[in-house]
Write a protein that binds this ligand. Sequence first.
Ligand SMILES: Nc1nc2c(ncn2[C@@H]2O[C@H](COP(=O)(O)OP(=O)(O)OP(=O)(O)O)[C@@H](O)[C@H]2O)c(=O)[nH]1
Ligand SMILES: [Mg+2]
Length: 242
Amino acid sequence: MQLDFAARELTIKLVYYGPALSGKTTNLQVLHELSTDETKGRLMTLETRDDRTLFFDLLPLTFKSDRDFSVRLKLYTVPGQVIHASTRKLVLQGADGVAFIADSQVSETRNNAASFKDLKENLREQGIELGRMPLVIQFNKQDLPTARSELEIIAQAQRGKEPVFCASAVQHRGVIETFVGLLFLTWQSLDKTHGLSSKVGLDRDKFFRDITNRFRGKRPLLELLQSAHTAQGRELSKELSP
Ligand SMILES: Nc1nc2c(ncn2[C@@H]2O[C@H](COP(=O)(O)OP(=O)(O)OP(=O)(O)O)[C@@H](O)[C@H]2O)c(=O)[nH]1
Ligand SMILES: [Mg+2]
């Protein structure tokens, strides 16, 4: 996170991590497509012909918050292919939150696990325990017949502590939910360590109302957060519930 009081600007870095071809770049493309013009910057992608990210993608999103504060979100994807290990480390540096995009196809189980281990190790190298990083998991490609079922994914979510979202990025399903869920966790964590509300004076509820208004469909925060499967049963949205 970078806080520039003089420029009244807060910058938050979110990283989309996961195995090759799980749909990280597609998530950013969909967020770009569904957000309003005043919000989105240029989506920078660098790909080979067969859809594979060589370096990283970057999508900047900017929100004018209350009290003339700008909140800039920088969304990055890592290249999933095993050979790009050093790039992943680089992109992960300074991340405030991570969305792990898993491929729901049963055949990808081992690749998901290997990538998750890679994430854990790379964070540890930077002195961060995985459990301390705001993290959500997305099971993408739910549209495929070979995908793990939602019931199985719910069962798996009970075993971990991270919120889990089911998605089909190509059908625009679950993408905004994953993003807003991650941003919500990240905001809570930054608020605790940096006092976004107490010191900076940023109002969380107002900020998230603004965020959800910037995407097509304008669905309320509670509805978006409630689509997460969590071990503690809807823990994500608990503090918002009346
Ligand atoms: N069926 C299906 N295909 C998807 C979905 N999301 C992405 N894809 C496809 O999967 C392929 C890879 O998607 P990308 O978004 O490029 O994957 P990536 O995770 O960025 O891959 P790397 O850059 O190599 O790490 C593309 O052909 C996408 O169209 C989905 O929800 N369902
Ligand atoms: Mg990619």
